[in-house]
Write a protein that binds this ligand. Structure first.
Ligand SMILES: Nc1ncnc2c1ncn2[C@@H]1O[C@H](COP(=O)(O)OP(=O)(O)O)[C@@H](O)[C@H]1O
Ligand SMILES: [Mg+2]
Length: 370
């Protein structure tokens, strides 16, 4: 057996729930999870991050800079916890791949950019581990969307030559990766739109809870199809890939701009938002990847029973959790950034042109050597 090659992947997604930290053995072509740590954000930091990433947020640069450093401290805490529980020293880890916290994603304007915070200088210095970060901007610089970046990893772990698989990640934003059975067919991948983000924000507004546990509240409502049809008119859902989006777009402000919500019971809105998430994923698969024979789901949305039932009911083929294929749905994204860090250190590209729309594959991220 070859010696371990340990990497740590750090992910904090658009749901702003907390930090996922995965310790992974990536020796040879293996992807083996060794340990996982979840560090939930404090309520205070969640509020601060939500303010920073709100659409048209007016913020002071000082505020932005301080959050960059504060967030780095949170990432460092997650790494230190992971190491101490495993009784590992920093010298045993080859590198950290840190996605950072997206506070703005604007891939299609005149001057495309994507901003992730959690300063990797601090992460490298305070953990004593070389850190790879800022993965998205190199792809933007070659004309890509900077997102999604996980499809290359999905291909490495979930490709099957006997069936066409679609990996669905339901984070704050939902994204899909289509892996054709025929490896010569380029991977397709894009954000389908809102995943959990509208569900979370609506739940916060009406129940003062950060999310609707297991979809129990949604389950007390009924889907209002008039409302869903109104929301489905959103041009993003109908645009062809490559495309990506963020919480600076899909938010309560978006929801309120589309329809008068006071006409509906809050629980019916919640049920309808679950339906919207499910149906926009299913529609995207039917339209852009009709050859899909199996759907593998990951991301926190897997735990929303109401949402998952809607997905299963409306999907064109069987739906299963990625755990049936070796990776727990809560771990996939963090593991992907450990894998992307290894790609970068080994001078291998990490983006897929067929997914992001980039002119060419590039080595992603900056290396903050320790
Ligand atoms: N038990 C649960 N019931 C309902 N929703 C859940 C549950 N667990 C997690 N979630 C949803 O998943 C989200 C976190 O998913 P995650 O994959 O971490 O998203 P992101 O990558 O955007 O951070 C939570 O904010 C919540 O909306
Ligand atoms: Mg998360």
């Amino acid at each position: 057996m070859s010696p371990s090659e340990l990497y740590i992947g750090l992910m904090s997604g658009t749901s702003i729930d907390g930090i996922d930290a995965a310790l992974v053995n990536l020796s040879d072509d293996n992807v083996e999870l060794v340990a996982f740590e979840y560090l939930p954000f404090s309520h205070e930091i969640q509020i601060e991050l939500q303010k920073l990433s709100a659409p048209n947020a007016q913020i002071y640069l000082q505020n932005y800079g301080e959050m960059d450093t504060r967030l780095a401290n949170w990432f460092v805490r997650a790494v230190k916890t992971l190491l101490s529980k495993q009784q590992l020293s920093p010298t045993e880890i080859i590198a950290i791949g840190s996605h950072g916290q997206t506070v703005y994603h604007s891939p299609s304007g005149q001057y495309p950019f994507s901003l992730q915070i959690g300063d990797p200088n601090y992460i490298a210095e305070q953990t004593g581990i070389t850190t790879v970060a800022d993965f998205r901007r190199r792809d933007l610089a070659v004309g890509g969307q900077g997102a999604p970046l996980v499809p290359a990893f999905h291909k490495a772990v979930f490709h099957c030559k006997n069936e066409t698989r679609c990996i669905v990640n339901i984070g704050g934003i939902a994204n899909i990766t289509v892996l054709s059975a025929n490896e010569d067919i380029p991977v397709l991948g894009f954000d389908t739109g809102a995943g959990n983000i509208l569900l979370n924000q609506w739940t916060l507004q009406h129940l003062n809870k950060s999310y609707d546990q297991n979809g129990a509240w949604a389950n007390t409502g009924v889907v209002n199809f008039e409302l869903v049809n109104c929301l489905k008119k959103e041009p993003y859902f109908h645009a062809s890939p490559p495309k990506s989006t963020g919480v600076d777009y899909f938010s309560l402000a978006w929801l309120e701009s589309k329809c008068n919500l006071s006409h509906y019971l809050p629980e019916d809105v919640q049920a309808s938002l679950c339906y919207l998430t499910a149906i926009t994923i299913c529609d995207a698969i039917v339209k852009f990847a009709p050859e899909t024979t199996r759907i593998l789901v990951c991301g926190g949305g897997v735990h929303n029973v109401y949402l998952m039932n809607l997905l299963i009911t409306n999907a064109p083929c069987p739906v299963q959790s990625t755990s049936d294929f070796g990776l727990h749905p809560d771990h996939v994204e963090a593991i992907a950034f450990a894998w992307l860090a290894k790609q970068t250190l080994n001078q291998k590209t990490g983006n897929l042109e067929s997914v992001t729309g980039a002119n060419r594959p590039v080595i992603l991220g900056g290396i903050y050597q320790y």
